[in-house]
Design a protein around this ligand. Structure first.
Ligand SMILES: *Cc1c(COP(=O)(O)O)cnc(C)c1O
Length: 376
């Protein structure tokens, strides 16, 4: 069986976890957390980086920092992970779902303007497969209508928009280090703060509503309850694991991109014959090797191909189910058709992609896809 995912191990994780234990500091914001923060701030020029226990938590912190509440509207793609929407639903916001582009699963920026009302407060672009949304067009809209942009950059580490790092383009951004992502901490995430005015409050919200971070820096002489908040700090054990991964980002990316390109090369002829479609990468975006997906001609063919691959020991999987049609949301949706979100729900297949995937395994997977289309 070729697994769909297998988390990469750099070899330094245990060593760093041991150092964290020996340092006698296991809760959050110790030396490894600080190293991770600095790493993100230096490598990508983020104004401030704060590790969180998950990307979901970073998104929830965003909703708190932007004071989202009942009466506010938040525009979110329908084709995304539940947390992109849920973080704002938890604050009582009304979610307005946007459709995907015809050419790729990212939200269709051309169709955002018609969704904006005087109540709209935030747009949440999610960079699917680490491929950038059209951030300049979104930024123009955000400025015109006074909206916040929160990037769901869960899949987008080490990817760029017109040369600028994803996660650095919205007011706030959220990354994930879940074991299925390019760089992992088991479970973990990062909130990126790209506007100084959110920095202080972000520390407070992350520390259960207390000014403990300022206290540890010696800025106040006692700490107490100053705002709402929750427990969003990961432990040093997670940060130590993550730091080992970050140190090897270049190797991880090189391997993942190599696999991505190999899939593209091997499946290219099948796409040229019109049997499948390959990912479309806009000229402003880059590939970070997070995911390789293909699109089947019909939903029925997609399901058959998945079954065929599974029968041949290949852990290929479908992905999101349109959120506007989910059990939780369908009664709340305004009834608009979102045909491209549905299209990706029904046609998309993700193929195995991780550092330790071998060249022969990719060749085998592609040969099985060719076998499936032999008489079609
Ligand atoms: C993985 C993922 C998340 C959730 O990340 P967690 O760290 O598991 O909370 C959110 N949004 C997108 C787009 C994701 O891919």
């Amino acid at each position: 069986m070729i697994r769909f995912n297998f988390p990469y191990e750099t070899g330094n994780e245990i060593k760093y976890i041991e150092q964290a234990i020996k340092a006698g500091r296991l809760s959050g914001d110790g030396q490894f957390t600080k190293k991770c923060h600095r790493w993100f701030e230096e490598r990508y020029g983020f104004q401030k980086a704060l590790l969180t226990t998950s990307c979901t938590d970073a998104l929830e912190m965003s909703a708190l920092l932007l004071d989202i509440g009942p009466g506010d509207e938040v525009i979110v793609p329908s084709y995304t992970f539940v947390s992109t929407a849920n973080a704002f639903v938890l604050r009582g916001a009304k979610i307005v779902f946007a459709d995907s582009e015809a050419s790729n699963p990212n939200l269709d920026v051309q169709k955002i303007e018609e969704l904006i009302t005087p109540k709209t407060k935030v747009v949440v672009p999610m960079h699917y497969a680490g491929v950038a949304c059209d951030m300049d067009a979104l930024t123009i809209l955000a400025e015109r209508y006074n909206l916040y942009l929160v990037e769901d950059a869960a899949q987008a580490i080490e990817s760029f928009y017109k040369g600028r790092p994803l996660g650095g383009l919205g007011h706030l951004a959220a990354f994930s280090f879940h074991e299925t992502k390019n760089v992992v901490a088991g479970e973990g995430g990062l909130l990126v703060i790209n506007r100084e005015r959110f920095s202080k409050r972000a520390e407070i919200v992350r520390e259960k509503g207390t000014n403990r971070s300022a206290f540890f820096r010696g800025e106040v002489d006692k700490y107490g309850w100053v705002d709402i908040g929750s427990s969003y700090l990961p432990s040093e054990l997670n940060a130590a694991f993550l730091y080992a991964q970050l140190e090897q980002i270049e190797y991880i990316e090189e391997q993942r991109i190599k696999h991505w390109l190999r899939y593209k090369e091997l499946l290219g002829p099948l796409a040229e014959k019109g049997r499948i479609k390959l990912p479309f990468i806009p000229s402003y975006a880059t590939v970070n090797g997070h995911m390789f997906y293909i699109l089947a001609r019909t939903g029925a063919e997609r399901d058959e191909l998945l079954k065929f691959l599974k029968a041949n020991g290949i852990g290929a999987v479908f992905h999101y189910l349109s959120l506007h049609k989910s059990k939780y949301f369908r009664d709340k949706h305004d009834g608009r058709e979102l045909p491209f979100a549905d299209y990706y729900t029904e046609h998309l297949i993700r193929l195995p992609l991780y550092v330790s995937l071998e060249a022969e395994q990719i060749e085998y997977i592609c040969s099985k896809i060719y076998d499936f289309f032999k008489n079609r």
